[in-house]
Write a new protein. Structure first.
Length: 279
């Protein structure tokens, strides 16, 4: 907690992120109005006591849509990050622990994925296998794999030369146990920081895919889908576009601030070369 209070950006970013997550979780059990409830007679209402953020072109409650859309964005980004961590981190640790042909293969695989623009290939994948939140998760998660593989490998290589790792090898630990007991615990901070960054990128990617019709599909909703539905009415009813757009911006800013705060809290300790931190 001391470290948290000593880095205001970390505290502000985490609190803001948790607020949006709480709003999204709340939508699972309660929203002011059902998101699928259409009432044409009440469309384009201004924000008021009954409809806090007004209503859209179909008379749906904007606050309810934002709450549900925020949860969709977090869910897609979180699962996509989990895919990247679950596949990329073991690959990165294997490259650092075994080296040789395994390291070469992992690096070439990540180079191959990085050679193509992530958004373009995500569009290609969702076009081939069909639109939907699940397919968007798969498409975004694929491009998280090489990111976490590179981060895990780089962090593990900086630790693999330390004395306590050498002591583990002398004690008879194999590469797999070295990676599990010594390398992975000491790169968790780096992975958490990278996870916050990839979360924000995943939210943007999900919004982009939904905006072009390849992400979340009705009757479910997402912030990108709200932008798509309101794009033709921006000049007449700009509020319909500003609300989901502003929520996306605030969520991404909150995650980036939290990531920067984590980096500030972690990097000074690593730069001091304190072996107790790494061990």
């Amino acid at each position: 907690m001391k470290r948290l209070w000593s880095h205001p950006s970390l505290f502000i970013g985490l609190v803001a992120t948790l607020v949006f997550v709480a709003i999204g979780l709340l939508s699972l059990v309660w929203t002011p109005f059902p998101i699928e409830q259409i009432n044409i007679t009440r469309r384009f209402l201004a924000p008021g006591a009954e409809h806090w953020l007004g209503t859209d072109n179909l008379g749906r409650d904007m606050a309810s849509l934002v709450m549900s859309g925020a949860w969709t964005s977090f869910l897609v980004a979180t699962i996509a990050v989990a895919i990247g961590v679950g596949v990329g981190v073991p690959l990165g640790l294997a490259a650092a622990a075994w080296g040789g042909a395994i390291e070469w293969l992992v690096l070439r695989l990540t180079d191959f994925v990085f050679a193509f623009p992530a958004v373009i290939v995500a569009i290609l994948i969702t076009t081939l296998i069909g639109p939907g939140a699940v397919n968007a998760i798969v498409a975004i998660g694929i491009f998280n794999i090489p990111v976490f593989a590179r981060v895990a490998r780089g962090g593990a290589l900086s630790i693999a030369t330390l004395d306590f790792v050498a002591a583990g090898r002398l004690a008879g630990l194999g590469n797999a146990m070295i990676a599990w007991r010594h390398l992975l615990p000491n790169i968790m901070s780096l992975l958490i920081v990278q996870g916050t960054i990839q979360m924000s990128l995943g939210i943007l990617a999900e919004a982009g895919l939904s905006y072009i019709g390849l992400g979340t599909q009705p009757p479910a909703t997402s912030l990108g889908l709200m932008l798509r539905d309101a794009q033709g009415m921006f000049l007449i009813h700009p509020w319909l576009t500003l609300v989901p757009g502003l929520v996306i911006v605030l969520i991404v800013i909150a995650l980036n601030i939290a990531g920067d705060g984590l980096r500030d809290a972690i990097d000074p300790r690593l730069r001091q070369g304190n072996p107790n931190v790494l061990a």
